[in-house]
Design a protein around this ligand. Structure first.
Ligand code: DUC
Ligand code: ZN
Ligand code: ZN
Length: 486
């Protein structure tokens, strides 16, 4: 038998093992793993790592921000940058703004993504207006189209939901098999800090970090976890930026609750000192939750090593440093009206590989788990994506673990116009990326057109047997047979 393509003699790495093998690809799928596989199209991968392509599960692309602006990347530029960075699949957000329906929201993002992406994609649905119709009709309809993850906000006046709404969405998600994600920061604490800073005339970008205290994250993560436990619904805390927040995730998991965690490269590699720059330059480093400090970086790495985090995602939120983006409200606008977020979809994997695997902090298999397999599992894509197994999509990235490079805005291939990791030296870079068996990136060139990427309907969330948590008040044997369990 001959295959369409054979990747020969590479060191194949999955989340659980490493082995030297040939991979035979036919019809866009992995058709065989073995020795001496034959094809007219053979790639010599000896000395290289052959891994499932990265799944970027936290990115804002063609999305209107909470402050009104539009991200600098659309599905074409965002997916191209992701592909150059070793990814083969992206899951950005479709944001419901108040007054919009969910179906209308998903239709809008379908129209933005269709024919535009070079990589397969889905969306997480941001729910900001959980009306009765949304809860009873539109969310169930979203599941039917394969949208099996939601994001809720506990801050931002225009996006946040209150605790009762949070519980309603968790209940519906649980009933249908969706994973809820949460931006966990206490809105009142942020407002209180912001008012005090502004009253003293402290309005430059660097004060953004002070306005979002670590305690605001800790409080909100604790509250979110308690709400998820009450409903016994799965919950993923996105962009955890504090050791206190990470410890809450760790404790909840150890107690058996279906709680998951994500952190991002910016919290591992940058600090709020990076925002202390003249004029508005610090705005480039404004994200929420904000950058913290060096001890926090070390503590978050320790949590990665302890298994607290399932995924390391970029939280790519690209806004240009001009009037189309960060400076939309003028050249000396207060931090409160500057869009939050930074680019990073192309840098995530090189940074995590170089600083994680290269510096001995994580194994290559842990790198695969954190960058691909766990996202596939959590978001209903495994085993089609996220692993190297017969029958899976041939979404594969070949890495040269010795290749050296430097992160620059130009080589990120996105539209942000800057990189927060500018000049960072990395060792270990992707050299060839396959999506469904086709070369997307090979030796620095793009080989597919916009539209190669297809929408991926996703399967239900599967807790994999985790036992969960039963609040006594919802135990029908204890609550006078009222059986009010969600
Ligand atoms: N939350 C995100 O997840 N991304 C950008 C800004 C924000 O608040
Ligand atoms: Zn967020
Ligand atoms: Zn985000």
């Amino acid at each position: 038998m001959t295959f369409d393509t054979v990747i020969k003699d590479g060191t194949c790495v999955t989340a659980s093992e490493q082995f030297v093998a040939d991979i035979g690809i036919s019809g866009g799928k992995i058709a065989a793993l073995g020795k001496d596989l034959q094809s007219a199209d053979v790639i010599d991968a000896s000395g290289r790592l052959v891994m499932p392509g990265g799944i970027e599960a936290h990115a804002h692309i063609a999305q209107n921000s909470a402050t009104g602006g539009m991200t600098a990347d659309d599905y074409t530029s965002g997916s191209i940058s992701a592909a150059y960075g070793g990814n083969t699949c992206i899951i950005p957000f479709a944001a419901q703004h108040r007054g919009m329906g969910v179906t209308e929201t998903l239709d809008l993002y379908d129209s933005r993504a269709a024919g535009a992406s070079v990589l397969d994609y889905s969306y997480h649905l941001i729910v900001s207006d959980p009306t009765e119709k949304v809860l009873t009709e539109e969310l169930p309809a979203a599941f039917k189209r394969g949208i099996t993850s939601f994001k809720l906000f506990m801050t931002y006046d225009k996006m946040l939901v209150n605790d009762a709404q949070f519980l309603d969405v968790l209940s519906v998600a649980k009933e249908h098999g969706a994973l809820t994600m949460v931006h966990a920061e206490n809105a009142g604490m942020i407002k209180w800090m912001t008012d005090r800073l502004l009253a003293k005339g402290l309005k430059g970008p660097k004060y953004h970090a002070l306005s979002h205290p670590a305690l605001a994250e800790e409080e909100a993560i604790h509250r979110a976890i308690c709400m998820a436990k009450l409903v016994d619904a799965p919950l993923l805390i996105v962009h955890v930026s504090t050791p206190e927040g990470a410890a809450l995730v760790q404790n909840a998991r150890q107690a058996g609750a279906m709680i998951y965690g994500e952190t991002c490269p910016q919290y591992l590699f940058l600090t709020r000192e990076d925002m202390d720059k003249p004029d508005m330059q610090g705005a480039a480093f404004m994200c929420s939750p904000p950058l913290r400090d060096k001890p926090t970086q070390d503590a978050l790495w320790a949590h990665i090593q302890a298994g607290t985090f399932d995924v390391v995602s970029s939280d790519h939120s690209p806004y240009r440093m001009d009037e189309s983006g960060k400076l939309a409200n003028g050249p000396d606008a207060p931090f409160t009206v500057i869009a939050n977020g930074m680019p990073g979809i192309g840098a995530r994997l090189p940074m995590l590989f170089s600083e994680g695997v290269g510096k001995g902090r994580i194994t290559v298999s842990e790198f695969v788990a954190l960058s691909s397999t766990n996202a596939a599992r959590l978001y209903g894509l495994l085993p089609q994506k996220g692993t190297l197994t017969v029958g899976a999509d041939a979404d594969i990235t070949i890495w040269d673990p010795e290749k050296r490079g430097k992160i620059t805005a130009a080589n990120q291939q996105d539209n942000a116009g800057y990189s927060v990791f500018e000049g960072w030296e990395v060792t270990g870079l992707p050299v060839t990326t396959f999506s469904r068996g086709q070369r997307v990136i090979d030796e620095g060139a793009l080989h597919v057109s916009a539209g190669h990427g297809k929408f991926l309907p996703r399967a239900k969330f599967d807790a994999g047997g985790r036992r969960g948590y039963l609040a006594p008040e919802l135990d029908s044997t204890l609550n006078y047979d009222a059986d009010i369990a969600p």
